[in-house]
Design a protein around this ligand. Sequence first.
Ligand code: LRH
Ligand code: MN
Ligand code: MN
Length: 392
Amino acid sequence: MTANASGKAAVKAALRAQRIETPSWAYGNSGTRFKVFAQEGVPRNPYEKIDDAALVHQLTGVAPSIALHIPWDKVDDYADLAAYARDKGISIGAINPNVFQEDDYKLGSVCNPDPAVRAKALDHLLECVDIMDATGSTILSLWFADGLNYPGQDSLRARQDRLAEALAATYQRLGDGQRMLLEYKLFEPAFYATDIPDWGTSYAHCVELGDKAQVLVDTGHHAPGTNIEFIVAFLLRQGKLGGFHFNSRFYADDDLMVGAADPFQLFRIMHEIVQAGALDASANVAFMLDQCHNIEPKVPAMIRSVMNVQEATAKALLVDSDALAKAQANGDVLEANAILMDAYNTDVRPLLAEVREEMGIDPDPLAAYRRSGHAERVREERKGGQAAGWGA
Ligand code: LRH
Ligand code: MN
Ligand code: MN
């Protein structure tokens, strides 16, 4: 399918304006619970993670922020870290508190039956809002590993009360222009029950909290076969879609490169976004990656991931919306489906190459990366790279 000239200009403008956030932890060493395979040239500290994220932005033109995970990215002076990022041409994105990696959290963090542990977890959440203030971050990205392994282990209902209490206290602390996104996950690390297992639980808490609380959809956190684009469409309609953690999965929370396992699903999600006008920055949907590169080199994998999101977005932008609306109104099932598939089956790589050239960057970011000599340089410079945070 082809867009007409003015349509093509609008598609290109939307692609130029797109913003995709990369996660600091994807630049560090990672693995599974069986083994972390250390790679050469991996960042040794948060500053070097910023260097890598800045390079991804330089080569793709659409990844101008980096999410931090605290304390994985702990530094003495967060304002200094933010200034460093600014100097490199990027900014600090979402701040992700970590209330799942200390012994105290064995039975949960904000849902823990012990009030002292709950207080400790809340302190950390509030400390992360301080870090938002220091870095200029506008998003507190919350994920809780809280849950139960055995029926009867704790009261499902009391845990919801404790959760609501901690969320409310954190919400109160948010300043103007700051918001909190509440991530859900069906499974892992708890096996019997998770305290925020699904979008409905997250949504209900966010509604109770107010406008500054929205749902975060991590594409790897659902039961297999879940229709994620339906969740996206519903949350957008309610003004409660805060953002994404994009990644791919075949079986569980695999955290593979986005668009690798199921590019069609990514397209269907982006189609809902585009149809709702939510690609526009004014819609405030944060497009963040949350993935690990256990066996592939990290910076080019991140570039590939950003490009995969761009390709899905370009295809979604190419859907002939007028023709689709007409076919839908006419109840023309085959035509409506054909219009969608036409867009999906378009090779958008030449269009994206044009967009990049117009942005003054290399039309082939991966080739530009290989030519940059970055991999060879950091292999020499950086010895003993940092683990992403877990499994090390
Ligand atoms: C949990 C999760 C959450 C964490 C990240 C490291 O599975 O998706 O977003 O912060 O992984
Ligand atoms: Mn996530
Ligand atoms: Mn996850």
